[in-house]
Ligand binder design. Structure first.
Ligand SMILES: Nc1ncnc2[nH]cnc12
Ligand SMILES: [Zn+2]
Length: 333
């Protein structure tokens, strides 16, 4: 059995995926035509060619502009359905999907437009593919905390469909402490908490996410190695890190995949997982992230199984289902 088949056949969860970052250039093009939105590109190939980033911000500028083609409920349905269809092809059996409400509400597109589209696709994927999905509502950290509060309020009719609240967008200059109060409120409402930290920002932002936001998981977190006390804490508490290798390469967090520290973190006893972040912008969905790690770091079958098992361990699934899925990882061929 080749390693590619193992990667494909093992059941996996994806825990760090921005649905807006799964918009393919083809769908962007189609929706731009549908809504007569003018794009600064002359073809699908030109869109693809523009995806060269020097840092997180240079990516976010294109990512927010690209999301501008998403206008009606059907657009959000198709976006979600295309991602979940890809999950079925990759044997991703459970997903925890981030969405950025403010990217849409800022354009006058409300929860009553995107949520029904997302939920219809999630329901269809559950029925047709047997894939379970949770939604993670993420606040944009470059905006003020007051707007995160407004977003939490606007989401009220959909609370039962949202599992967790997260924090994303431009990290540097926008530490977790800026959002301490709104996350306290979200926690009190019963949401799980996640936050991007230690992607471009320092290890101190990871500490803040833990101590001030009371996170259940850290998104990225790869800069934790800069602080040995933090490493020890993450290990002791088994706070999961949702690591995104191709994202780190594309956003120049690392210069070469051979430099990626995911195996070092795993070997140090941290609960690390593999994820695709924004797959259509970063050149690969989940299995391609595993493939890239295999090519650059020569990860073997037991490491792939350990990472896949971690994806369930780190998920927000009920304990019983986690256990059953981890067992499936161990026996899958
Ligand atoms: N990698 C990332 N970091 C921060 N915010 C994001 N939004 C979408 N992808 C992101
Ligand atoms: Zn992310």
């Amino acid at each position: 059995m080749s390693l590619s088949s193992i990667i494909k056949n093992i059941p996996k969860a994806e825990l760090h995926l921005h649905i807006e970052g799964s918009l393919t250039p083809e769908l962007m093009w189609r929706l731009a035509e549908k809504h007569s939105v003018s794009l600064p590109y002359a073809s699908v190939e030109e869109i693809e060619a523009a995806y060269n980033f020097k840092d997180l911000q240079s990516f976010l500028d294109l990512y927010y502009a690209g999301a501008g083609v998403l206008r009606d409920e059907d657009d959000f349905f198709i976006l979600m359905w295309e991602y979940l269809t890809r999950c079925a092809e990759e044997n991703i059996v459970h997903t925890e999907i981030m969405f950025d409400p403010q990217t849409h509400t800022e354009r006058g597109i409300g929860f009553d437009v995107f949520m029904p589209g997302f939920l219809r696709a999630i329901q269809k994927a559950e029925t047709e593919y047997g894939i379970s999905s949770y939604l993670i509502m993420s606040f944009l950290r470059h905006l003020p905390e007051s707007e995160a509060y407004q977003t939490l309020e606007a989401a009220k009719p959909y609370y039962q469909h949202i599992k967790a609240v997260g924090l994303d967008s431009s990290e540097l200059g926008h530490p977790p402490s800026k959002f301490e109060r709104v996350f306290k409120k979200a926690k009190s409402l019963g949401f799980k908490i996640v936050a991007h930290a230690g992607e471009e920002g320092p290890a101190s932002y990871i500490w803040e996410a833990i101590e001030l936001l009371d996170v259940d998981r850290i998104d990225h977190g790869v800069r934790c190695q800069e602080d040995q006390a933090l490493m020890a804490y993450l290990k002791e508490k088994q706070i999961p890190l949702t690591v995104c290798p191709l994202s780190n390469l594309k956003l120049c967090v690392i210069d070469d995949m051979k430099e990626h520290n995911i195996v070092q973190l795993l070997d140090a006893g941290l609960l690390v997982t593999v994820n695709s972040d924004d797959p259509t912008y970063f050149g690969g969905f989940l299995n391609e992230n595993f493939e890239a790690l295999h090519t650059a770091l020569n990860i073997d079958e037991s490491t792939i199984r350990a990472l896949a098992a971690n994806s369930f361990r780190a998920s927000f699934l009920p304990a019983e289902r986690k256990k059953a899925l981890i067992e499936q990882v161990e026996i899958a061929i």
